[in-house]
Design a protein around this ligand. Sequence first.
Ligand SMILES: Cc1ncc(COP(=O)(O)O)c(C=O)c1O
Ligand SMILES: Nc1c(O)cccc1C(=O)C[C@H](N)C(=O)O
Length: 434
Amino acid sequence: MSDPTADPAALPADGLAEELAEEALARDAADPLAQLREHFVLDPATVYLDGNSLGALPKAVEGRLADVVSREWGRLQIRSWEESGWWTMPERVGALVAPLIGAAPGQVVVSDSTSVNVLKAVVGAVRIARQDDPVRDELLVDAATFPTDGYIAGSAARLTGCTLRALAPEDVPAAVGPRTAAVLLNHVDYRTGALHDLPALTAAVHAAGALAVWDLCHSAGALPVGVDAHGVDFAVGCTYKFLNGGPGAPAFLYVRDGLQERFDSPLPGWNSHADPFAMAPDYEPANGAVRGRVGTPDILSMAALETALGVWEGVRIEDVRAKSLALTDFFLRCVAAHGPAASAGGSVVGSAGGGLSVRSVTPVEHARRGSQISLLCDPAERAEPVMRELGARGVVGDFRRPGVLRFGFTPLYTSFQDVERAARVLGQVTGGTR
Ligand SMILES: Cc1ncc(COP(=O)(O)O)c(C=O)c1O
Ligand SMILES: Nc1c(O)cccc1C(=O)C[C@H](N)C(=O)O
């Protein structure tokens, strides 16, 4: 078997494709997480590399939803708020997400969408920063952020009277200062798959006396986050990507223990009231993670998510990370092997017939890589038809303008054979394969 850490350009050309196929088989046979794939509904004819957008369906979800619909809703009806534990689901499901992001109990609630939780977290953070120091009137945001975070940060700035400044995450330590109230950053960049240095950036934000809000959409369930260990103040994230909760599954909100009593949510709905059924005219916030709730939870989606999270029982996020890095390393090697490959600036470049080349824009260093590989096509206009053709040949990734092919790797169900096949088909589609 080839050395998995070998430089792709240094591998022998002859028989390389066969070697990689054999290596994939051997690595799947040795993979300690391999049996988890059995928990998912997967089409054997398709390689699914889009779990960074919508995770695959865990098999147990269908039965759970059938039961929630027919028994809990159909027969128990309104009694289910108590008898089926519907009312406390946001905290209960939050407690299942907590260990996956390194949070001790009582700090995570599952509720609403990530977009909505960004508003709660950013406004909440600015309000706390202002309690300590009213002069703080600046909000910093990752310039390359997923758009919803930028739009909502803009609204949060208007609501709180802050100015909003967009900048690259690596420029935060130099930019954050005595006027900064809060900084909103993405742990993993949705387009490039770059992993930002959460511990160092959080420390830099704190050194300036500001609060750090992290969007964990592309890291929760893909790698260890360590929110408690690194002193993160607020965090939000999707549950329909690497946590496989299903389309539109409710998002999570983390509020650090030490800030919970001071968290003044901009969306103080009746579900976060200390005594919701008092139906009191005045708002009195509940304590703990419940304070992040707003209105009636979406029980069907929440039930799907709760069951989906059952797959994680006994799974260590460190093992998931190790497999994720092995999968992405292997993909880069296979992509290089299936197109005439060269190494350029540390990134794999495959250039193929018809003047098409692909270049990885995902950092090579493990410490800077999430669980996806993004290949930039040159010319960019070829990316969309390439992804369409990949889909037609049973390889599902996605495309982001201007010319990025995104491939997401979910260690719970992605195999090394999936990776090898995807790269081989990509080579065929781009015209560079052996
Ligand atoms: C980084 C990031 N933040 C937020 C979102 C979206 O959140 P919502 O579920 O509210 O659409 C996504 C993906 O859709 C995302 O990738
Ligand atoms: N949430 C999505 C949706 O409702 C439709 C299509 C895609 C999505 C996504 O999750 C996109 C994803 N956040 C991204 O990284 O691009």
